[in-house]
Design a protein around this ligand. Structure first.
Ligand SMILES: Nc1nc2c(ncn2[C@@H]2O[C@H](COP(=O)(O)OP(=O)(O)OP(=O)(O)O)[C@@H](O)[C@H]2O)c(=O)[nH]1
Length: 389
């Protein structure tokens, strides 16, 4: 995005702090936090085109768009403020419809909060990552546990894919594989799709309807939780439905059973039924999830079930859970939601108890290596273990 007008207002002294007698209402603070949506997608998928469309459309929303260089976590930790010759650098483009656009490098959560404080309140923040970013590294930073301390909260991840090139990108292991700890077979595009709450299949004008269907099936087979929309030039008509207010980390949505076609060799989605849990089983569930996310191990009984391919120890599957969502109902009638991204997970009371109880217990896992292990059997065994012993 280019601009011919930047507002560089940085040497002003901040106003002196004045003490107030008015008690802060924590709930109000929570409500006034600004949602941040991470917009990701492979090089050239159309991220900037989509954000340009949002910023120039007539709507009544105050949106702050941050374009930055979030690439990997080490860059982010390295620098929490933007410095140039000892001065903080901010470049803001103010738009006629009340939106702003800011281009920055190497920023962390604290720096974004600080920028937002200085610019005043925005209804939404959209953060465009670089085409090579792994959203799994970025999301946990915004999904803060001590939520009240932050003025922003992670609303969701939107991943754009280029309809004409995505299949090739997913299949061209040699050209696109990441040679880091993500492992062979995993491309950046895999990581971006597996973490998505919404997938925007862009550049629909460049392919046939049949080709769009193939892309849709492939994506739905990988990430059974993401909602999918098809666009040209990033034109998403209903912003609130598809990009803003996703609440992807506060609620778990429908948790629909993923389609059976496993077209992708690397990433898949598994859906597990959860029985009603007593306290001991709830602890077991927590331990089972920790084993999967922290140890990359599918617990199995001494013999029988396996987290390895029988007879060939060289073929132990690499388990790597990227995203996890679930709903657990306790025997005492309490509904809990489960949210996870990479190693971070949380189990908390469902805001809407009635509809959660009605929908029933379920756990959905998205990640690598899930095709090679029987997570369903493992979970069943693990939950019943305490009672059997
Ligand atoms: N034909 C066609 N071209 C598109 C569409 N959307 C975007 N483009 C073009 O694709 C190119 C890349 O779009 P960008 O919006 O810059 O993509 P990006 O994801 O921001 O790219 P990077 O920042 O390099 O990762 C540009 O030339 C766009 O004009 C579309 O729906 N159809």
């Amino acid at each position: 995005m280019s601009s011919d007008h930047f507002d560089l207002d940085d040497d002003e002294e901040p106003p002196a702090l004045v003490s107030t007698e008015i008690p802060l209402d924590l709930e109000d603070l929570q409500l006034s936090k600004a949602p941040i949506t991470i917009v990701t997608g492979y090089l050239g998928a159309g991220k900037t085109t989509l954000l340009n469309y949002i910023l120039t459309e007539q709507h009544s929303k105050k949106i702050a768009v941050i374009l930055n260089e979030f690439g990997n976590s080490s860059d982010i930790e390295k620098s929490l403020t933007v410095q140039k010759d000892g001065q903080q650098v901010e470049e803001w483009l103010e738009l006629a419809n009340g939106c702003i656009c800011c281009s920055v490098k190497d920023m962390g959560v604290a720096a974004i909060e600080k920028l937002m404080e200085r610019r005043g309140k925005f209804d939404y923040i959209l953060l465009e990552t670089t085409g090579l970013a792994d959203p799994g590294n970025i999301a946990p930073m915004f999904w803060l546990d001590e939520a009240l301390k932050s003025t922003i909260f992670l609303d969701g991840i939107v991943t754009l894919v280029d309809a004409a090139n995505i299949i090739r990108t997913l299949e061209d292991q040699e050209a696109f594989s990441r040679d880091d700890e993500a492992g062979v077979g995993m491309t950046t595009a895999h990581l971006q799709i597996s973490h998505a709450d919404v997938v925007v299949i862009n550049k629909a004008d460049l392919v046939t309807r049949e080709e769009i269907e193939v892309v849709k099936q492939r994506i739905a087979g990988m990430n059974g939780l993401a909602r999918i929309i098809v666009t040209e030039k990033g034109k998403v008509d209903n912003l609130e439905e598809w990009l803003l207010d996703l609440k992807a980390y506060e609620t778990v949505g429908e948790l629909k059973t993923p389609i059976k076609t496993q077209l992708d060799e690397t990433i898949s989605t598994v859906s597990l039924e959860l029985p009603e849990l007593d306290e001991e089983m709830l602890d077991s569930l927590d331990a089972w999830i920790r084993s999967l996310l922290w140890e990359a191990e599918v617990p199995s009984p001494p013999k029988g079930l396996g987290d390895r391919v029988p007879g060939d120890s060289s073929k132990q599957p690499i388990l790597d859970i990227h995203r996890l969502k679930g709903r657990a109902i306790t025997k005492t009638g309490n509904a809990l939601l489960i949210q996870g991204v990479r190693e971070t997970f949380e189990i908390f009371d469902a805001p809407d108890q009635n509809s959660a109880i009605k929908a029933g217990g379920k756990l959905v896992l998205i990640g690598r290596g899930l095709r090679d292990v029987d997570v369903n059997e493992s979970l069943k065994w693990f939950l019943s273990r305490g009672r059997a012993e």
